[in-house]
Design a protein around this ligand. Structure first.
Ligand SMILES: Nc1ncnc2c1ncn2[C@@H]1O[C@H](COP(=O)(O)OP(=O)(O)OP(=O)(O)O)[C@@H](O)[C@H]1O
Ligand SMILES: [Mg+2]
Length: 464
């Protein structure tokens, strides 16, 4: 029975969902500042009191008596999407796809819907765009299916019957739909949380698979309370720079697979295409002929990719030298510049330093340190690093090269992609002995040894 009481004003934390009757500067729930937002909430009816003895109480069962449940997986038709999900879409699961505006969230899920609609009934609930807009996109992507149903609706209650008829439902977006149970505006913390839990109940009770599209905040986190991520089975982030066509799909939570996987896509006129030849995206043609670039095998999930790091060093025009970094942590760059200055005598104090990881990828692993140092030393000495040489290893503040994880996999990737030499931490040599004969292995213990091995000595770089 709907509540008969008038709605009341509450202040709800956008981070954790904590609610208070008054505005507070600091949330008592999670300690965040300035996150309490006003909402109108209908007061809940008091629960009917339980009978003293329940007719059928829930019983716990021993582990041995629990049967197996088989998770049926369906292919999305996009190889990279399947990989990130852990081998296909699990029936009855809830998948949240977050990303910046215009990155291609709707495009990706339209393509997935059209593929699924070949064999299943699919509903695309478009709360942001009209059905005509979605149809125009389908025409541009040359997608057509009679099993793909479109609905332009923002009220979840009105869309429920259409949802329960489908096997797969796409909600575009979770911030644009609302439930009548709450009187606050669509997109508010309470609405997003309530809509998501309603969809979860439908998904789990009827075995319908839901894909929810979510917007991200300025800081890059999914808009709405963190509880939204807790409800989901899988949370995916679609990222990439606007100016680059390459988009990366990452799983940040997955109840049915690894969260290490990365899917690489290219945005074209005909939609998103899976990229399997990474060298075209992450390596440049000028490699080996221009100074300032080095290649490193980067590991993410079950996949290893060779990525080029490019640096540019220019004379500082004003007092303070600038450091600009794209794809590599800024603090890491500053630390590695200090290591090169102090331990190898390469001066950067009067130079602006720019660094970029090719293809818009973010390299967060410590194993990229040595390649960043190689690229910087190459730019400082104006001597290119050989085209067929890859570099990896973590660099400590004393200038030592520390071992990294998955060294074997990294060297194997270099062998596969035609590299002839790998500079690697000496302590990783033991696991890589088997590659001797296939590729030249150059073990190093200090940054200076790497600079010597790559012949990056010059008058600017005398101590190397
Ligand atoms: N004709 C076209 N040719 C090539 N690319 C296009 C074309 N039309 C749109 N795009 C690409 O599609 C992107 C928009 O995709 P989409 O609408 O799927 O993004 P979205 O993440 O759903 O955005 P929003 O957050 O606004 O809903 C554009 O940024 C553009 O790169
Ligand atoms: Mg969209």
């Amino acid at each position: 029975m709907p509540s008969t009481k008038a709605p009341v004003s509450r202040f709800v934390c956008s981070e954790c969902g904590y609610s208070a009757p008054k505005w507070l500067g600091k949330c008592p729930g999670c300690g965040s500042f300035n996150t309490m937002q006003e909402e109108l909430v209908k007061p809940e009816e008091p629960r009917k009191s339980r009978p003293a003895v329940s007719a059928a109480p829930s019983r716990a069962r021993p582990l041995s008596q629990i049967g197996y449940e088989k998770f049926e997986r369906v292919s999305s038709g996009i190889e990279e999407f399947d990989t990130v999900l852990g081998g296909g879409i699990v029936r009855g699961s809830l998948v949240l796809l977050g990303g910046d505006p215009g990155i291609g969230k709707s495009t990706l899920l339209t393509q997935v819907s059209a593929h699924l609609a070949r064999t299943h009934r699919v509903l695309y609930l478009s709360a942001e765009e009209s059905c005509a807009q979605v149809k125009m996109r389908c025409d541009r992507l040359e997608l057509n299916s009679d099993n793909l149903y479109l609905l332009n609706e923002t009220c979840l209650e009105d869309a429920e019957s259409a949802m329960t008829e489908a096997e797969f439902v796409v909600v575009d977006s979770v911030q644009a739909v609302y439930t009548e149970a709450l009187s606050s505006a669509a997109g508010s913390v309470g609405q997003v949380r309530e809509c998501a839990s309603r969809l979860m109940r439908i998904a789990k009770s009827r075995g319908i698979t839901f894909f929810l599209i979510g917007h991200v905040t300025k800081e890059g986190a999914l808009a709405g309370p963190k509880v939204l991520e807790h409800i989901m089975d899988t949370v995916l982030y679609f990222e990439g720079r606007q100016e680059e066509n390459v988009k990366l799909l990452r799983a940040v939570k997955n109840r049915f697979g690894s969260v290490q996987e990365v899917g690489v896509f290219e945005m074209t006129e005909a939609g998103l295409k899976s990229v399997t030849d990474y060298s075209e995206i992450f390596l440049s043609d000028s490699r080996g002929s221009a100074a300032g670039s080095a290649v490193t095998p980067s590991e993410s999930g079950n996949r290893c990719m060779n990525v080029e790091i490019q640096t540019l060093i220019a004379k500082t025009a004003y007092g303070l030298p600038r450091r600009m970094s794209l794809g590599i942590d800024y603090n890491k760059l500053v630390v590695l510049i200090a290591v090169l200055e102090k331990r190898c005598g390469i001066p950067f104090y009067s130079s602006d330093v720019y660094i970029n990881a090719m293809g818009g990828i973010k390299l967060a692993e410590p194993s990229v340190d040595l390649a960043v140092c190689a690229a910087l030393a190459s730019a400082a000495s104006d001597i290119p690093v050989d085209k067929y040489t890859a570099v990896f290893g973590e660099v400590g503040l004393t200038g030592e090269v520390r071992p990294v994880s998955c060294a074997e996999k990294r060297v194997n990737e270099c062998v596969k992609t035609g590299f002839r030499r790998v500079v690697l931490p000496a302590k990783n040599m033991k696991t890589c002995e088997k590659f001797k004969g296939k590729i030249e292995l150059v073990p190093v213990s200090y940054v200076n040894q790497m600079i010597q091995a790559l012949s990056l000595r010059s008058p600017f770089n005398p101590q190397a």
